[in-house]
Design a protein around this ligand. Structure first.
Ligand code: CO
Ligand code: CO
Length: 325
């Protein structure tokens, strides 16, 4: 059973016939969109993750930022959120749980959304995340599969989050590497979403578990995408730790699953693995007309996405979906 089987299973239960379902499961988009009236649609998403850092407050912040990101990837503004907590009563104190939820609340507040409640389940493995709802205008939805020939791709956060979090768990990172990786995960995609909308992005997604190439393969429905491997923004230390083999299992799965869709250039093995690296709370990647690229990057940098960069270009659909140069 792979990710494609799961998508197909979910899709088979989605409400295809309801004309108010503007975005359902069919395109593996980041969230679903439902039209309430001609001016207003709601966007709904659900995501939860296992602990990625030791500090429970920071874990709560990252998990919430990660959940809210799917709303931003669709161009929506978050309005409400519900907590989802799976916790192991035998190994976790109420104080730790309070820290996690307090971290989550901090990011919900930063997003300008309201926390309405939530649900807890006893489970052997700790997990936390949000079910979040946002709003947008039904004519202004950012989708992942609608990229246009000739548009360039802009990535807003550096890559290598999976490699760095594996290195952090092994206690190998120095303070500055750790700080940069955590800051990247904590950063909301709110302003990036605003900038993507402002410059009329033709497609947008956030980079999470399927890695850069996995999510770009969803973006390559109507185009082929050429990726400029030397322009990929990287977290400090990511090449070093990738070279040491600190690659999470999900990244190898991504590589095996995508192999037939990619024309892979002659690039360093560790950089290849970073292109497949599963990200937590990764950044948006959006497709935009080339003439807006410089302005958009300048605004992204001003908004705190210091390493945002043009990482590729959409081309007429060719033999392979993705071409890495
Ligand atoms: Co997503
Ligand atoms: Co998600």
């Amino acid at each position: 059973m792979g990710p494609a089987d799961l998508t197909q299973l979910f899709s088979s239960f989605s409400s295809h016939d309801d004309k108010n379902v503007l975005v359902g499961f069919d395109t593996s988009d980041d969230a679903g969109v439902y039209r309430l009236n001609d001016e207003l649609a709601i966007v709904q998403t659900l995501d939860l993750i296992t602990p990625i850092v030791d500090d429970p407050y920071v874990f709560g912040q990252i998990a919430a930022a990660n959940s809210l990101s799917d709303l931003y990837a669709m161009g929506a503004k978050p309005i409400t959120a519900l907590n989802i907590v799976c916790f192991d009563k035998a190994n976790l104190t109420l104080e730790i749980l309070r820290e996690i939820m307090s971290g989550g609340k901090n990011k919900i507040d930063e997003a300008g959304a309201s926390l309405l409640g939530g649900h807890t389940v006893e489970d052997v493995e700790m997990k936390y995340g949000l079910s979040a709802t946002g709003t947008l205008h039904p004519a202004k939805i950012l989708q992942n599969s609608t990229a246009q020939d000739g548009d360039v791709l802009i990535a807003v956060k550096p890559f290598g989050i999976g490699v760095l979090s594996t290195a952090m768990k092994a206690d190998m990172c120095d303070d500055s590497e750790q700080k940069e990786a955590i800051e990247a995960m904590l950063k909301l995609n709110d302003k990036a979403s605003y900038i993507a909308l402002k410059y009329n992005a033709s497609a947008c997604t956030d980079i999470t578990g399927f890695g850069l190439l996995g999510h770009l393969s969803e973006m390559s429905r109507d185009v082929s995408i050429e990726i400029f491997s030397s322009s990929i923004p990287l977290l400090s230390g990511s090449m070093k730790y990738a070279k040491m083999g600190l690659i999470c299992g999900g990244s190898y799965k991504n590589r095996n699953f995508l192999a037939s869709k990619i024309e892979m250039g002659n690039i360093d093995e560790e950089l290849k693995m970073i292109l497949f690296d599963a990200q937590t709370s990764g950044g948006l990647v959006f497709a935009v007309n080339e003439r807006y690229a410089n302005e958009a990057i300048k605004e992204l940098v001003d908004a705190g996405y210091a390493k945002s960069a043009v990482i590729g270009v959409c081309k007429q659909k060719g033999e392979r979906d993705l071409i890495v140069r």
